[in-house]
Design a protein around this ligand. Structure first.
Ligand code: F6R
Length: 380
């Protein structure tokens, strides 16, 4: 059932374009057009007015990779819909829940729908709302890949991320599907609040529709290059991943993928934070992966990467195909098609998944079942 792939993880990385197609088919309103003037939303997540009306702020609770997709969700909900959003580790939330108002939307994000910390945090949230007063109406949303899970029964409504069963312990397609859920949710909120014009919404939707084909191009073109590059890190013990803005969570995700399956120590940082301490770690033995996608933080990421290069670090850039600045800055370049910055995480994450995969596979490790890890963590 690996369909010719060596590991489930690689198969699941390759399934991502079709997962995104499935989400687009399920949740975009095919008949919507910005000139329609109808009252119909372009997004069709099936969520109620009680859930999404008058949201004042959002709190998102998750663990691990789902916490990373939640950080992207925060970026999207704040930048597209203008709603203040915070993200908490579920395991931290329980004993120090942030204050809420009656119009706080709480979101629990869990691929499996069975993660004990996330379920416990949501139970805390549920009990707190009951104890407060009836104004705190049902406002708990789940984002999960398992519509039959414990989470799904616990929350008021869900977004089903529709990635299909994921067998590899390292989350890949379930991550991009969760991020897709956040694009759709942020657009739905932006539509309701009119924080974006209908034309702006249409532009982002058109960009989303192009993603599956662009993801296929990244897989086709980059996998051979990355497999080759993976040979260079036989003795590497530490990696640094840098990203900024919308791609900061992708730096964290790239580092987590690498550490969990290759057992190489890796850290993700917001690129601008390097000089505040971590730069002391750098030398010729520590490769630095920088995500440098054209957009508002691009120049800053390039100059942060150059600071790393000045410390003899081997610099690997994830950037766009026709980027000249990058070709001068980086020792190795992993390219993706040029897209609007806000959509770039969906492409930038793929080379990082492949890099983690090939480094681990080359070391002969059990990629699908890394040591000490389980697919769903059902203890707190
Ligand atoms: C990383 C990974 C874990 C999970 C985390 C949460 O690849 O798989 O970090 O993301 O245990 O799991 P879910 O999303 O099922 O709650």
């Amino acid at each position: 059932e690996k369909q010719g792939f060596r590991h489930f993880m690689l198969k699941e990385i390759y399934e991502q374009p079709n997962v995104i197609r499935t989400c687009l088919d399920a949740y975009l309103n095919p008949h919507w057009h910005p000139q329609d003037n109808s009252e119909v939303s372009p997004i069709n997540l099936g969520l109620s007015e009680a859930m999404l009306g008058n949201v004042e702020n959002v709190q998102i609770l998750a663990c691990g990779t789902s916490w990373h997709s939640s950080l992207l969700g925060k970026y999207l909900i704040e930048q597209l819909a203008g709603i203040p959003t915070m993200v908490q580790y579920a395991s931290e939330f329980r004993y120090a829940p942030s204050p809420i108002t009656p119009n706080t939307l709480s979101i629990g994000v869990t691929q499996s729908g069975e993660t004990a910390d996330t379920l416990a945090a949501l139970e805390t949230e549920k009990q707190r709302r009951i104890a407060l007063d009836s104004k705190y109406r049902p406002r708990i949303l789940g984002v999960t890949n398992r519509p039959e899970s414990t989470l799904a029964h616990m929350v008021d409504e869900i977004i089903n991320t529709q990635a299909g069963i994921e067998i590899g312990v390292a989350a890949t397609k379930s991550f991009t599907a969760q991020v897709m859920g956040f694009y759709l949710l942020a657009l739905e909120l932006a539509y309701r609040r009119q924080s974006l014009s209908l034309e702006q919404i249409e532009t982002i939707i058109n960009g989303l529709r192009h993603l599956p084909r662009q993801m296929e191009l990244v897989l086709e073109k980059q996998e051979p290059i990355i497999e080759e590059l993976a040979h260079e890190f036989n003795d590497t013990q530490d990696f640094i991943f840098l990203g900024r803005g919308v791609n900061f969570p992708i730096a964290l995700e790239g580092a987590l993928k690498l550490k969990e399956i290759s057992y190489i120590h890796a850290e993700g940082y917001p690129a601008g934070e390097m000089k505040h301490g971590p730069i002391a770690l750098l030398d010729a033995k520590v490769p630095v992966v920088a995500i440098a996608m054209p957009g508002i933080v691009y120049d800053k990421v390039i100059s942060n990467a150059q600071e790393a290069k000045a410390r003899d670090a081997r610099l690997i850039g994830v950037t766009v195909i026709d980027d000249l600045d990058a070709s001068h800055t980086f020792n190795d370049i992993l390219t993706v098609p040029r897209v609007d910055e806000i959509l770039s995480p969906m492409l930038a994450v793929i080379p990082l998944q492949l890099l983690a995969y090939h480094i681990a596979a080359r070391r002969g490790l059990d990629v699908d079942q890394p040591r000490n890890l389980a697919k769903s963590v059902t203890v707190e």
